[in-house]
Design a protein around this ligand. Structure first.
Ligand code: TRP
Ligand code: SF4
Length: 333
């Protein structure tokens, strides 16, 4: 049997091209090589949004619809929702007992999240007990399926390290070799930045969504920053200083197209507006199939619900095998 991978995303609502190029594309490839479990981390979403839950259900559906449109295949991968597999919560309890407090306090990702929380909600905002437990819950996600690998972005590597530490500690304490020490699978693709040159993110308003229409995409691309030193369209341009539009060309264009853009830009034969109009068309061409599927799932949410329910039931069967063994190892009644 193939080795297992597990990976998840918080339910943040409609996903953008950063998610697609940075994570989902990688999952789509990996699902052919590994027994794959992909889940929506709705409990993790609660760690920071516990008081704003009105869109939580819809957000889950949007995330899964985006995955399906991008090519995550429910016949190949198990697609599920974290909170529909309550065994994860039980495992989280056992793992939280063996995790020293200072391991979670050291978590750099958590420190960043705390900073963001402070800046949004004022300095007297408190980090909840649940948010403190973020890395332990994440370890439970991964160890629930005793997976060997976890495909993630660089920003999550510290969490995989904690998972390995927790797995080792559990095995030591209960004198077993039950849990694997999972390794990250890093995605080496170049990161796509937002339209303003900063990191692409929902909250920065600089993203292109997987579910955006061609018209919206074309319009957003027109707002991308270019070589700011250019005043007139026949000024010679500097593609290397064109932090967004030219970068997007490099991601979506063929080698030949990129060479043409570069050459014409440098010679002042290409105006930025025309260049971005072409770029928008190029991106839309690349995403056409995904968009078509996305529109289908938008119109058929019942199908997304069915896939979530079936996948979660399948995940539970596997989770129950593991939790039974864990209860035995810990000597629970
Ligand atoms: N923390 C991850 C993120 O913010 C999401 C996540 C939760 C995850 N549990 C996981 C990723 C388990 C991989 C494996 O992106
Ligand atoms: Fe960038 Fe294209 Fe303008 Fe050159 S012509 S600066 S590549 S947008």
């Amino acid at each position: 049997m193939n080795k297992r991978i597990v990976s998840g995303m918080r339910s943040t609502g409609k996903l953008h091209l950063g998610h697609y190029l940075g994570v989902i594309q990688n999952w789509v490839k990996l699902q052919h090589e590994y027994e794959s479990f992909f889940f929506v981390a709705d409990w993790h979403a609660l760690t920071t949004k516990y008081d704003k839950t009105e869109n939580l259900k819809n957000d889950v559906v949007d995330v899964v619809a985006d995955w399906l449109s991008c090519g995550i295949d429910p016949d190949k991968s198990t697609i599920y929702v974290q909170s529909l597999v309550p065994e994860i919560a039980e495992l989280n309890i056992y793992l939280s007992m063996v995790t020293p407090q200072n391991w979670v306090e050291r978590d750099p990702t958590l420190k960043d999240m705390a900073k963001i929380l402070h800046s949004k909600e004022g300095t007297n905002s408190q980090i909840s007990y649940g948010l403190m437990g973020y890395p332990v819950l994440m370890s439970a996600d991964i160890m629930m399926f005793n997976s060997s690998f976890v495909p993630v972005g660089m920003d999550q590597v510290a969490h995989i390290e904690i998972t390995r530490d927790i797995a080792r500690r559990f095995n030591n304490i209960y004198k077993c070799e039950f849990f694997n020490e999972p390794k990250p699978i890093l995605n080496h693709c170049s990161l796509i930045c937002g339209l303003d040159g900063n990191k692409m993110g929902k909250s920065y308003g600089n993203d292109i969504k997987i579910s955006d229409t061609a018209e919206v995409t074309a319009k957003k691309v027109m707002s991308a920053i270019t070589d700011r030193s250019r005043m007139r369209k026949d000024d010679p341009g500097h593609p290397e200083d064109c932090q967004v539009a030219f970068k997007y060309w490099e991601i979506f264009g063929t080698e030949e197209e990129v060479a043409t853009v570069k050459c014409e830009c440098e010679k002042g034969l290409r105006g930025c507006a025309d260049c971005k109009r072409q770029l928008g068309a190029k991106i839309n061409e690349k995403l056409a199939d995904i968009r078509e599927k996305r529109a289908y799932y938008e119109a058929h949410p019942e199908e997304v619900h069915r896939i979530i329910k079936e996948g979660s039931a399948k995940a539970r069967v596997e989770a129950q095998k593991v939790i039974k063994e864990v209860r035995n190892l810990v000597n629970m009644y």
